[in-house]
Design a protein around this ligand. Structure first.
Ligand SMILES: Cc1cc2nc3c(=O)[nH]c(=O)nc-3n(C[C@H](O)[C@H](O)[C@H](O)COP(=O)(O)OP(=O)(O)OC[C@H]3O[C@@H](n4cnc5c(N)ncnc54)[C@H](O)[C@@H]3O)c2cc1C
Length: 360
């Protein structure tokens, strides 16, 4: 049985960043990840929103994570290709699988213990507080901790966040993330298509490096089925594309992720990233940073109460809460994508990935 200060469930960007921060602040940290490897299956196309945190990550990780500075974010009508709006606050596109791996390496270098192929199956409670986790691994079937960071992603809405009463249960739906060659895209340009047709609406082409492009589909649709359509620009752009990699992702049924962003701490459990009802890679990492710092300081001060850990939630709401990653409602909430990007950049000004700074 392991004994830790901080136990992190899930090694996505939120969990890895929380583990890195807590370890850098002197905590004994364990991260449990159910998959055989960190970063795989890849979860998304790896777009990072424009902000100080993204700039500092790219600078700190250097060539370890292939990244493209996105020159322009274009919002277009799917049927005609007509431009609706564009923004130069377009952020970066990175290899998300490699980013996750590098964050995990940084956390381990800072002293965290990473347990792969280890699924947390339950939280063990005593007198109202969580005192440990149970896993499906015979190597470490149980571990004890003082603060628990749930970073288990969107599946928390059908797992720990739902069990703890933070949100209504919502079944994730399968989707496919495709890495394509030969698509008609330009490196560094994000093309985001809108349409009254739900199949075409919110389809994105992410022009990565070396002629590669990311594209997402629901699992019930094939690439052929999509590209055979003659009534829109997206299908035309993908007509000659070859799928060179297909990975799975899960997403919640509810269109808006906001459902459980309302409460992020319960007893001595902190919910970060998608598990908190948030979304977005940068949002997840910043939440991880805040959670790791507050957890470490609560442990040092020997007070791991909900009120003390709640400082994490206050920090999130004061910053990320001003421009959350509610992609599908960004135009409704901010008028334009550009306004959303600008608000987010402003709300997170000065927040940097300092924990990665001295690694290379
Ligand atoms: C199609 C799609 C495209 C997207 N594109 C972008 C984009 O380009 N840019 C962007 O910023 N955001 C994007 N997002 C959102 C982004 O993917 C998420 O917000 C981000 O992955 C959240 O990170 P996380 O660390 O909270 O969760 P995750 O990345 O989901 O990580 C959770 C981890 O926890 C592990 N886990 C779960 N349960 C357990 C358990 N019980 N025990 C142990 N391990 C467990 C999982 O295996 C996983 O590794 C996209 C989402 C989707 C669905």
């Amino acid at each position: 049985m392991g004994e830790f200060d901080v136990i992190v469930i899930g090694a996505g960007p939120a969990g890895c960043y929380a583990a890195l921060t807590a370890a850098k602040n002197g905590c004994r940290v364990a991260i449990f990840e159910e998959h055989l490897a960190v970063g795989w299956p890849r979860h998304d196309p790896g777009w990072l929103m424009d902000c100080d945190f993204s700039d500092s990550i790219i600078a700190a990780l250097g060539t370890a994570v292939p990244a493209t500075r996105a020159q322009e974010y274009r919002v277009l009508k799917a049927e005609s290709g007509d431009l609706i709006e564009k923004s130069q606050l377009a952020g970066y596109m990175v290899r998300r699988d490699i980013l996750d791996k590098e964050l995990a390496v940084a956390a381990v270098q800072a002293g965290a213990k990473l347990y792969l192929k280890t699924k947390v199956t339950g939280l063990v409670r005593k007198a109202g507080q969580v005192e440990g986790v149970e896993t499906n691994s015979s190597a470490i079937p149980r571990a004890e901790g003082r603060v628990f960071i749930c970073a288990d992603g969107i599946r928390s809405a059908n797992g720990f966040a739902a069990e703890e009463g933070l949100c209504a249960r919502s079944e994730p739906r399968a989707g496919l993330s495709l890495l394509l060659a030969n698509a008609e895209v330009t490196e560094g340009i994000v093309e985001h298509f809108l349409s009254p047709d739900p199949v075409l609406n919110y389809k994105c082409l992410w022009g990565h490096r070396n002629g590669m492009c990311y594209f997402g589909l629901t699992a019930s649709m094939t690439l052929d089925e999509f590209t055979e359509r003659q009534d829109n620009v997206v299908s035309r752009k993908l007509r000659n594309a070859l799928a060179v990699e297909v990975t799975g992702f899960g997403r919640a049924l509810s269109g808006k992720y906001a459902e459980h962003y309302k409460r992020m701490v319960k007893d001595n459990i902190m919910f970060v990233g998608d598990a908190s009802g948030g979304s977005g890679n940068i949002h997840a990492m910043i939440q991880g940073q805040f959670a790791g710092k507050v957890a470490a300081s609560a442990i040092k001060g020997k007070e791991v109460s909900e009120a003390r850990l709640g400082e994490y939630q206050d920090s999130v709401l004061k910053t990320l809460g001003k421009a959350p990653f509610y992609w599908y409602s960004a135009r409704e909430d901010f008028g334009t994508f550009h306004n959303w990007f600008r608000e987010f950049k402003e709300a997170t000004r000065g927040i940097a990935a300092t924990e990665l700074g001295d690694l290379r």
